[in-house]
Design a protein around this ligand. Sequence first.
Ligand code: ATP
Ligand code: MG
Ligand code: MG
Length: 348
Amino acid sequence: GATIGILGGGQLGRMLSVAAARLGFKTHIYEPGANPPAADVAHACTTAAYDDTAALTAFAQSVDVITYEFENIPTEALDILEAIKPIHPNREALRISQDRLTEKDFLTGLGLNTAPYADIPDADALDAALVTIGTPSILKTRRFGYDGKGQARLKSDADAAQAITDMAGAPALLEGFVDFTIEVSVIAARSASGDVACYDPGENVHRDGILHTTTVPASLPASARTDAVLLAARILNALDYVGVMGVELFVTPTGLIVNEIAPRVHNSGHWTQNGCAVDQFEQHIRAVAGWPLGDGQRHSDVVMENLIGHDMDRVPELAAAPDTALHLYGKAETKPGRKMGHVNRITR
Ligand code: ATP
Ligand code: MG
Ligand code: MG
C-alpha cells in the first residue's frame, strides 16, 4: 500500500494514522517534539525540526502524498516538501488559514458574513478601530492562536491598553463581538474529483476557550442546517480543496456568521467516529489518497465531550458506561488544559 506523510504528531495525526491503517495505508509522521501521540500507531516517525532540510527531503521521498494535522507549517518547509511530493489540502488553503486577516478577507470576498474586523498593527490602529467596531470586541493575534489563546476581550475602551500589552507586539485583529445564539461547525470534505460531502452540523460549547462538547443534531432549523452546509461547500470549492475542513459558525437571528476555518480534521468532528459509517479521519485519508468520499450520513445522535487534564480521572467510570465510546490519545503526562482524549456518548 501507499504511504501517507502526516505533518504533526498530535492526537489528530494519531487518529488519521489509525484511519489510514484501516484502509491499508502506512503513515509516516513528521514531528519536532519527542514521543508524539501519533508515533505509537504510525509506521514511521521522523523527529526533526521544520528547518531541517535533509530530514524534510528524506521524509517527502519516503511517502506518496503529504497532509498535515495543523496549519502553522513554515512556508520554507512547505517549499521543500512540495517540490518532491503533492501536499493536500493545498498551499492556498494553508496560506489563507494561517492568518486571521487573510482568512477574513477571503471569506468576505466570497460574500460570506464574518464579525466586523480590522487589522491592528499597533495601538493607534486599535484606537481607530474602537471608533468603528466599538465594544464589546475581541483582539486576536493574527497568527498561531488556538484554544482561545492569544485573545483579549474588550468590554470597554478602557481595556484597550491592557489588550495591546497582552498581544506583546504580535500583529493582531480586532473583531466585533457576535451575539450568537449557538455555535455550530460543519465538517466538510472534498475529493480530488471535486465531490463535496458535509457532515451534519454539530453544536459546540466552549469552556475556558477550549471546546467542551459537540452535540449532534444541533438545535438548528432545517433551513439553517442547509445554509451551513452550502456555505461550507462554497469555501471548499473556491479553494479547489482536497481533504477535510472544519468550518466554525456563529448562529444569529439574522443568519450564519463564519468564525474561522481550519484546513484539517477538527476537534468538533470527533463525534463522527461513532455517529457515521465513515468518520472525518477516514474521509480525509480517502480524499488525500485520491479515493472517492465515503458515506458520512449520521446514523446516531452523539454527544462528544473532550477529556481535558484531570477529566482523565473519570476514565474508569466512563469505561463502564453504556453507549459510550472512549478515545484516549496515550499522552504520557496529564496537564491542566491538555486534551487527553474524548468520549462519544450515543444518545439515540
Ligand atoms: P480554536 O481552538 O477553535 O482554533 P481559536 O483560539 O482560534 O480557537 P476562536 O475560534 O477565534 O479561537 O475563538 C474561540 C471562541 O471564542 C469561539 O469559539 C467563540 O466562543 C468565542 N469567540 C471568538 N470570536 C468571537 C466573536 N467575534 N464574537 C463572539 N464570540 C467569539
Ligand atoms: Mg482557531
Ligand atoms: Mg475556533
